[in-house]
Design a protein around this ligand. Structure first.
Ligand SMILES: [Zn+2]
Length: 118
């Protein structure tokens, strides 16, 4: 059974939980992730549960409008998104996770900048 991690935005309106053994992290060089300075992990939707804050979440879509980028409408923190390349997976902002230390976890740079922009 993968480990359970609780995640929250800054103000605590949005709370979620994932089950994941986080053995690698990703950054992305697309225009959005660069501005978010996002450090992410990826989980299948079956390993993700939104516990609180559905009404607090705002959604941002751009470009192909496949990926769905969520952030807290109160504190502005990016919490997670529905991925474009794998729409049944969530990308998770690992800095939102309690009791997770990203130092020492290998980081893979993904090339979102090379994905098509419409
Ligand atoms: Zn918040």
């Amino acid at each position: 059974m993968p480990k359970a991690y609780q995640g929250t935005c800054h103000c605590g309106s949005v709370r979620f939980e994932i089950n994941a053994d986080i053995d690698s992290l990703t950054t992305c060089d697309c225009t959005l992730c660069v501005k978010k300075n996002a450090l992410m992990t990826k989980v299948h939707e079956s390993c993700f549960r939104l516990i609180a804050g559905a009404q607090a979440l705002s959604e941002y879509q751009w470009n192909t409008k496949v990926a769905r980028h969520f952030f807290c409408s109160r504190c502005g923190i990016y919490t997670f998104h529905r991925k474009r390349a794998q729409p049944d997976h969530y990308g998770i902002n690992v800095y939102c996770l309690d009791k997770f230390d990203p130092s020492g976890v290998p980081v893979i740079r993904t090339e979102g900048a090379s994905m098509s922009v419409v």
